[in-house]
Design a protein around this ligand. Structure first.
Ligand SMILES: N[C@@H](CCC(=O)N[C@@H](CS)C(=O)NCC(=O)O)C(=O)O
Length: 215
């Protein structure tokens, strides 16, 4: 199977996670960010991730892909019960996280930005929705303080390094992509359980963290 992605995209990370967790092979295809034609041809809109199955048919929506792949071998892995405190934490953090992430994503060396046009496409589209990246960067210190406070709260919710609630569940599929994106931000303090969980999940899912390109 082929998975069409952007490297920075947290929804694409969700879809990639299930392949890594189940140790199933998948060919990753990174689309240029300004390539509207490929996704529109495959699913009728410009959106990633897209799963192309062996028969050539295509499936959009990260959580549909996760469910499809998880059930594909008759041995689902995501059997744990979600903890509402994790979704509350994610809802709160997601309300400001993009303001910290988007300016950094826009300058990082992701394959979807292999051409200047692709990078410009992303920057213009996102600045139109969240405002000037230069201005957001000036507020970094405040957002970093918020995330450091919130990570201390998350630390108390982590039950095991290999599954946030002790048994793999959709909470892991939602939480790890946020922690992976955060590794793009320099100056974040990770409490020990959060760091252990993030590193363990990166190994289990076979997905790279972004610390080497943090800014
Ligand atoms: N509900 C979708 C959301 C996917 C999504 O928003 N993907 C973003 C990338 S992070 C996207 O493709 N946006 C259109 C664009 O980048 O032009 C899912 O879970 O798969």
């Amino acid at each position: 199977m082929k998975l069409f992605i952007y490297e920075h995209c947290p929804f694409c990370v969700k879809a990639r996670m299930i392949f890594g967790l189940k140790n199933l092979p998948v060919e990753l295809v990174v689309m240029l960010n300004d390539d509207e034609e490929t996704p529109k041809k495959l699913i009728g809109q410009k959106m990633a991730p897209i799963l192309m199955k062996e028969d050539g048919s295509c499936m959009p929506e990260s959580l549909d892909i996760v469910a499809f792949v998880d059930k594909s071998d008759g041995e689902p892995l995501l059997t744990g019960r979600p903890n509402p405190a994790i979704s509350d934490w994610l809802r709160h953090v997601n309300s400001y996280l993009n303001k910290l992430l988007l300016p950094r994503i826009a300058t990082a060396s992701f394959a979807e930005f292999a051409t200047p046009e692709a990078r410009r496409y992303f920057t213009e589209k996102k600045e139109a929705s969240v405002g000037s990246f230069d201005e957001l960067r000036q507020h970094s210190a405040g957002f970093i303080k918020n995330i450091n406070d919130d990570l201390r709260k998350l630390d108390k919710l982590i039950v095991k390094p290999n599954a946030v609630n002790g048994e793999l569940s959709l909470d892991d599929i939602h939480l790890f992509p946020v922690l992976r994106s955060l590794t793009l931000v320099a100056g974040v303090d990770y409490p020990s359980r959060v760091a252990d969980y993030r590193d363990n999940m990166a190994k289990q899912t076979q997905i790279n963290l972004l610390s080497s390109v943090a800014a």
